[in-house]
Design a protein around this ligand. Structure first.
Ligand code: NAP
Length: 322
């Protein structure tokens, strides 16, 4: 018998009139792990990659705590490997972003700017985004000295002085990374104790390019074409001062990217999608994984684990609901 492959059967691109078995929203570690597991279950998943391809992990210079990479791995590189592995088993990735969803009846509908997708099941892995300081000057000077990504923008600050705001793991890790470029990195933290883990604290404290201003908050970012200074307030004494700097990197935590699902899924007061141990949301057939549903761990490995779990549960859901 002569078997000929019909190119249309290869199904490498999405056919928008069809009902997908599983549609995955987001392409970070949770989304790509879900895609890998769903693909290996022969569900031919479609991933809408969103605007942040690879998720926040792709913005991280080096990931040192993802098992299997004893020397660390670049965040963007890890994201590419996740995608390649999922695609090898039949996952499809579209560079599109959901703008509206309708989970009120089946098939579920997901709308982008110019398309409509339908699916029997959904995995939400839309991740989280940087929290802003919300001070005067921040928005106007974003991209002109204010940044939320050291990996993306550090290079522009060669030989310059920069400030990092925050006292958690992200702030210290990114401050250490910025010392590759900047002549001096000042960490400004609102308390007298850092939140970051001991190893990062020690590395930052031992780095001769890093200095700390504690018990202080940024109340204004100043500059016209570029940042030139900050207004600082000491939270103990109330004293205010000006601090000259060429750049401000803000790492004060993240908020889940879940506005899209308001009114359709149950969430907690901070906007994290509520899931049970089976990654099920309040709508049967809609699952959530990664930082959109995880206020606690927010690690590449935990997000990837949630993604895998969600895909396994989708497989059971589809078996029970055909
Ligand atoms: P985080 O742990 O929530 O830390 C946020 C920091 O910003 C805290 O120091 C907080 O101060 C400060 N902050 C919050 N709101 C502020 C405001 N409005 N003004 C000034 N400062 C403010 O966030 P993260 O550092 O992004 O880390 C998130 C998660 O990822 C954590 O679980 C962390 O362990 C993990 N992570 C791990 C690694 C690693 O293992 N290498 C690297 C990066 C991130 P307070 O301390 O006073 O609350």
């Amino acid at each position: 018998m002569d078997f000929k492959v019909n190119p249309l059967d290869l199904n490498t691109a999405a056919d928008h009139s069809r009902v997908e078995k599983v549609l995955i929203l987001g392409s970070g570690p949770a989304g790509m792990a879900a895609a890998l597991y769903a693909a290996r279950a022969d569900l031919n998943p479609l991933v809408l990659a969103g605007t942040e391809i690879g998720g926040q992990a792709a913005l991280t210079n080096t990931i040192e705590n993802y098992p299997g990479f004893p020397d660390g791995i670049g965040g963007a590189e890890l994201g590419e490997l996740f995608q390649k592995q999922a695609e090898r088993f039949g996952a499809r990735v579209e560079y599109d972003m959901a703008t509206r969803v309708d989970f009120s009846k089946k098939p579920f509908k997901v709308f982008t700017y110019d398309k409509e997708y339908q699916a029997e099941s959904i995995i939400i892995s839309t991740g989280a985004s940087s929290i802003k300081l919300n001070v005067p000057g921040e928005q106007e000077l974003t991209g002109r000295g204010v940044s939320y990504c050291a990996t993306c923008d550090g290079w522009f600050f060669k030989g310059k002085q920069v400030v990092v705001v925050g006292g958690g793991d992200s702030a210290l890790e990114e401050a250490i990374f910025l010392t590759r470029f900047a002549s001096q990195v000042t960490i400004i933290h609102r308390r007298d104790q850092l939140r970051a883990g001991a190893i990062l604290q020690r590395r930052a404290q031992e780095n001769p390019k890093i200095k700390f201003i504690l018990n202080s908050v940024v109340t204004e970012i100043r500059g016209s074409d570029a940042v030139h200074s900050l207004r600082l307030k000491n939270v103990i004494s109330g004293e205010e001062s000006d601090y000259a700097t060429d750049g401000v990197f803000v790492f004060i935590g993240h908020k889940p990217n879940t506005e899209l699902f308001q009114g359709q899924l149950e969430m907690d007061s901070r906007g994290y999608i509520q899931v049970n141990q089976l990654m099920q949301t309040s709508v049967p057939g809609v699952f959530a994984a990664g930082e959109a549903a995880d206020p606690n761990y927010r690690q590449v490995i935990t997000s990837a684990g949630m993604g895998a779990a969600a895909a396994i549960q989708v497989t059971h859901f589809l078996e029970d609901n055909v």
